[in-house]
Design a protein around this ligand. Sequence first.
Ligand code: SIN
Length: 485
Amino acid sequence: MLDVMLSVPTQALIGGTWRDAESGRRFDVRDPATGHVVASVSDCGAAETRAAIAAADEALASWSAMPAAGRAAILRRWADLMIERVDELAPVLTRENGKPLTEARGEILYGASYLHWFSEEATRAYGDVIPAPASDKRIIVTKAPVGVCAAITPWNFPNAMLVRKAAAALAAGCTLVAKPAAETPLSALLAAATGLEAGLPPGVFNIVPGVDAAAIGGVLTSSEVVRKLSFTGSTEVGRKLLAQCAPTVKRVSMELGGNAPFIVFDDSDLDAAVDGLMASKFRNAGQTCVCANRVFVQNGVMAEFASRLAERVATLTVGHGDRSGTDIGPLISEAAFAKIERLVSDALAGGARVLTGGGKHPAGDLFYQPTVIDGITADMAVMREEIFGPVAPLAGFETEADVIALANATEYGLAAYVYTRDLGRAWRVGEALAYGMVGINEGVLSSAAAPFGGVKQSGFGREGSRYGLDDYLEIKYMLMGGLSA
Ligand code: SIN
């Protein structure tokens, strides 16, 4: 494990130039595994955000006028460079976020897959010609870029969440100002540097790191130039940003919190269900919006499933993400750690039982043992709140109708998972679940080809797939008349 300051860009990127904050202030980025400072980054605020918006506005006319094939070629080069540089980018991601190196590599490739995907979608922003109600008229529908967009991105996927927004926005012909999470700005700055090298013209992609989220977010949301905000993060912050965007009537995409049910029916392939849960629950130490949060197991197979799961979870290796063989890294912060402790103690006080794990891991202050608890009931905090940690709570259920009701009893609606070998049941339950995404006999749903997004208080808008481009396009209707001879 290295304890050196990383050599990476640490300034804002505004109009194609790397700049320090006007105040001269900087903030520290820490390795959550050790608490050591790994970089010091320009601490930008309102002034730099305004400058970045102006740069994005200036770049808009020429970027949106560039033929889509030209924009596509730059996005493709950006993806190829990220793939070539994966061995440089992944260790930085691990250092600031804590996730194991293999996952960090996976995240860079995942981010690059959105650039590849949207480089292809860029050329397919088709319009329509609609039969008009009169013979001397034609209805023409075209798609135009929304304009200057803003992105506020989270620490749990510091490369991929930024790149998947940028890929869609830039493919559509929009320009972008991004604010990365203060915990993990380095991967975002590296992604920006790679984009510049790939040929992004000045001002097309601007990035403003800083700890004062309210100042940066305040300028982004109140600006009349910014026509759209895309946010990935908590529902609580999403609500505030939505309110802030209302006065300027911005378009918004919100990828917010989740409380994913993972349902195991007694007819399912239990080994496949355990594999799926391991992949869903323990990716990034359980710090994903889509990970299984509530595990519902039909009573007839509960004992067998719980014992197979606990056995597998006990084999996970906890440690610094740099070490080979690490499966579970640290949590991102003391607050995240304290939340897991609170949720587990609340469950135990209510009568739940630890099958494996259940406390702090000796690897360091922010490491929590991969944990399985059973005897969970619907009233416990662990069932109502997003855990965001390596804890799998198991609750029994009796019938299909019962579990659908339990699964839908939440204000969230991002991802859900169902394991069954009964085809009819798979369709019935899949359709009855009030979620934006449902994995049927699959524990990992994410892919550039698929529409990622939620319903209810998990947000709206879709990222990835052909639908993802629409989030950055306006529909324009022209009526052409006077066609009679
Ligand atoms: C997230 O948890 O925020 C995103 C996860 C993914 O894209 O797979």
